[in-house]
Design a binder for this molecule. Structure first.
Ligand code: PLP
Length: 363
């Protein structure tokens, strides 16, 4: 049987529309900065993609800066807008943001994973203007922060708001002073992303290079990846279907295992994501057992070495030792209708095996 991919938050399967656009751009070739006809043809493809990203983000194309992905878009924003400002970063932000702001103050989250607004207000009141980083949706739990309230607090205190919208953008793209997007998280290819900037904000580059992207990001643009990004971002996302599949998985887990915990259920969440904690079972063991059964999920956080780290997201939510026992199920746009049934069968078999092993160890 073909493996069941439930790891969309790591990377979404390529949309056919994006694949076709990548191939067209590859066949065309060319450098969008060249003045001759070949360059102008390449630029036309790139500007069409920029217009599509801008349309989805509700901004003008001049406010879109293409990057290599979400990590670079976040780093560019923090570098460009954070200079001379205090950095305040949510406790559950992705490593792409945390690593770009090593000296930042942490904004705690509540037990349900949403940003603690009282703590944010106190931090904002306590010093000079800040740059606040609050993700639109968490990659591990799917929890969405209350961005309207966060934006209002930022405005009240003269702070800028940077939003990592890498996971939320399949469904919707919020408003912010700056916002990071990534093509491969919404059905495009890896290698392209964008920083969306509010009109009038000046952004010094991280890499100056040849002055591409209005001087905000030097380096020849990755035309095929950008073309695929533009194609993928315009494809409608069936949130209702995703939520129905996700809810079926969560209802099944509750029925099978009253001891299991699903993180962030009290908060608004992405429709495709579920973080399931099985007390006493190391996340890595669960991921490997499910992989052997043909189900591909990930531990809350996967680091680049392929090893599983304890989830800083679950730790920030106060899960203590359970922070090492969570697996993330994230449904891709093309998940089959029987995904919940296949997942639940494999999960139940895994749980039974792990608990009989634990019983044998105890006797
Ligand atoms: N931000 C979030 C919330 C993510 O989930 C990821 C990828 O996992 C990134 C940023 C980094 O994006 P990219 O892989 O495009 O660099």
């Amino acid at each position: 049987m073909t493996p069941l991919d439930l790891d969309a938050n790591a990377t979404e399967p390529l949309r056919p529309e994006a694949r076709a656009a990548v191939l067209r751009a590859l066949d065309l070739g060319g450098n969008a900065s060249s003045v001759h006809g070949g360059g102008r043809a390449a630029r036309a493809i790139m500007e069409a993609a920029r217009a599509e990203v801008a349309r989805r983000a509700g901004v003008s194309p001049v406010d879109i800066t293409f990057t290599s992905g979400g990590t670079e878009a976040n780093a560019l924003a923090l570098h460009g807008l954070g200079t001379g400002r205090r950095l305040l970063v949510g406790a559950t932000e992705h490593a792409a943001v945390r690593a770009a702001a090593p000296a930042a103050k942490t904004i705690p989250v509540r037990r349900d994973g949403t940003l603690d607004l009282d703590a944010l207000a106190a931090l904002l009141a306590d010093g000079p203007p800040a740059l606040v980083c609050a993700m639109a949706a968490n990659n591990e739990t799917g929890v969405r922060h209350p961005l309207d309230a966060i934006r209002a607090l930022c405005t009240e205190h003269g702070a800028l708001l940077h939003v990592d919208a890498v996971q939320a953008a399949r469904e919707d793209i919020p408003r912010a002073d700056s916002l990071a997007l990534s093509a491969h998280k919404l059905g495009g290819p890896p290698g392209a992303g964008a920083l969306v900037l509010a009109p009038g904000l000046h952004l010094p580059p991280l890499i100056a290079g040849g002055g591409q992207e209005r001087g905000r990001r030097g380096g020849t643009e990755a035309l095929p990846a950008i073309a695929g990004f533009g194609a993928a971002i315009g494809v409608p996302f069936d949130a209702a279907r995703m939520a129905a599949l996700r809810d079926a998985i969560e209802a099944g887990i509750r029925e099978l295992a009253p001891e299991a915990v699903i993180a962030g259920t009290g908060a608004p969440r992405l429709p495709n994501t579920s973080l399931i904690i099985l007390p006493g079972a190391a996340a890595e063991t669960q991921v490997i057992a499910l992989d052997l059964a043909g189900i591909r999920v990930s531990a809350g956080a996967a680091c680049s070495s392929g090893k599983v780290a304890r989830s800083h997201v679950l730790e920030a939510m106060g899960f203590g030792d359970l922070a090492g026992c969570g697996i993330r199920v994230s449904l891709p746009w093309n998940a089959p209708d029987d995904a919940p049934q296949r997942f639940l069968e494999a999960w139940a078999a895994m749980r039974n095996r792990l608990s009989s092993r634990a019983r044998a160890r105890a006797t």
